[in-house]
Design a protein around this ligand. Structure first.
Ligand SMILES: [Zn+2]
Length: 437
């Protein structure tokens, strides 16, 4: 057993302080108490406040290589999501497997530095530069798994079915690396991805389709119905107004409306963005139990719009966060974005009675489901010790006291306050470590 003594550790009912945690050699919590354990073994003292490790429910690792490089806009031209997408296609066109592994390794190390302990990789860059499948269908997925293993982060690989150019349109040549022509082709890719996941003890598998734009409606239904019954199912929906308009023209319904009417939405579904919904869609999606995956840094950067968080929460909606294009890697910044966008549009401060508690709870429990795992508390005996620890000697955290500590972390802290990140009871990042690029 290895023991830690944290200044404080967040549980669902509040702070445990001090908190003694003992883990076995797999990093599974075997001891959790405010009382010092009776042990002759050394106890590592950590003068910090431990949050549960953040769950990154949506990542496209290759896009990290262009984050911050599509920000110069020519005067009198229209730059929006669709022109950004052209830049992203250019990036994807020549991305080699070695590059994928290198970029993803760097990204995942920086995610750990920001307090993420798990990442869900929504992966659609499958084939070679000509658009031909690699000999190993899951070559690129295997690189992502290898990167996660090197960095020491947990990963859920979600190989994505991408079939069309847009609603009813054949793929553009620039999308050739993403394409599986049929459901059977996609299932072969999914089978190979399962083998890739077996290479790393802390890798899991999910499945999904890119969006209503890029897979035939009937094939989306078939993929879900004939796909694995136990895995989380991910897809993008309703990110852009233009997409909503084309969906209405092609399918006769808005994207979320179509999903509600055609798939048995429940808590296995992780629907990314859901930015543009009517009040009725918002209510029905929340009541369905499906999870919205919100990526406020990317959604802000791309000018997508503002998710109706307050209304969604009123109906009990579940949601997680993701870093998507990786323009922002700091989960606290993304949580603040979510809350502040509501405040800016409602002219009220109290999006929630206790915003920090709600933000942490939703992001954690939905995020865990997006990864294909489950948990009953942030930390519990029998679960792995995955945590991000904040330095309570930082002035604003030191003055907050236990009553305001969780809110002071969520609303004021930046990455410099992170003392370290623990994955399976071992430091995946510790302040002062040189980040290897
Ligand atoms: Zn995405």
């Amino acid at each position: 057993m290895k023991y830690f003594k944290f200044h404080s550790l967040l549980l669902k009912e509040g702070w445990l302080s001090p908190a003694y945690v003992g883990v076995d050699d797999k990093g599974i919590i075997q001891y959790l108490s405010g009382n010092e354990p009776q042990t002759a073994e050394a106890i590592e003292a950590v003068n910090g406040a431990a949050f549960p490790g953040f769950q990154n429910a949506h990542s496209h690792a290759f896009q990290y290589s262009m984050a911050g490089m599509a920000e110069q806009h020519e005067a009198d031209t229209s730059d929006d999501f669709w022109s950004w997408r052209e830049a992203m296609y250019t990036c994807a066109e020549s991305f080699a497997p070695e590059q994928m592994e290198k970029v993803a390794t760097t990204l995942y190390r920086h995610l750990l530095r920001n307090g993420y302990t798990s990442v869900t990789e929504f992966h659609y860059l499958h084939h070679d530069e000509q658009g031909k499948p690699y000999n190993n269908l899951a070559e690129m997925g295997e690189r992502l798994i290898a990167a996660a293993k090197t960095a020491g982060i947990k990963i859920t690989l979600v190989p994505i079915f991408y079939q069309k150019g847009d609603f009813g349109k054949e793929p553009q040549p620039r999308q050739r690396r993403f394409i599986s022509a049929t459901v059977d082709d996609y299932f072969k890719l999914l089978d190979s991805s399962k083998e890739a996941v077996d290479h790393y003890e802390y890798a899991k598998l999910g499945f999904g389709v890119h969006s209503l734009r890029t897979v035939d409606a009937k094939d989306i239904i078939t993929t879900y119905e004939e796909g694995p019954k136990e895995l989380p199912f991910h897809l993008h929906a309703a990110e852009q107004l233009g997409e909503v308009e084309r969906c209405i023209n092609y399918l006769g319904k808005r994207p979320v409306e179509w999903l509600l009417d055609n798939l048995p939405l429940d808590n296995r579904f992780h629907i990314v963005h859901c930015t543009h919904m009517t009040s009725l869609e918002t209510e029905n999606l929340a009541r369905s139990g499906a999870n919205a995956v919100l990526c406020p840094g990317t959604e802000g950067n791309l000018g997508d719009g503002i998710f109706p968080l307050k209304a969604f929460a009123r109906y009990g909606g579940n949601w997680s966060i993701g870093t998507d294009s990786h323009i922002s890697l700091n989960p606290l910044e993304d949580l603040r974005w979510l809350d502040y966008a509501q405040r800016l549009t409602t002219h009220k401060r109290n999006t929630f009675a206790d915003g920090a508690s709600v933000l942490i709870e939703k992001a954690f429990f939905s995020g865990i489901k997006a990864m294909g795992s489950n948990a009953r508390d942030y930390f519990a005996i029998g679960h792995s010790l995955d945590a991000v620890v904040y330095d309570i000697t930082q002035p604003l955290l030191a003055q907050a006291g236990m009553k305001h500590l969780h809110a002071a972390i969520v609303y004021t802290a930046d990455t410099s306050a992170v003392l370290g990140t623990l994955v399976n009871g071992a430091w995946g990042y510790k302040k002062g470590w040189t980040m290897i690029l």
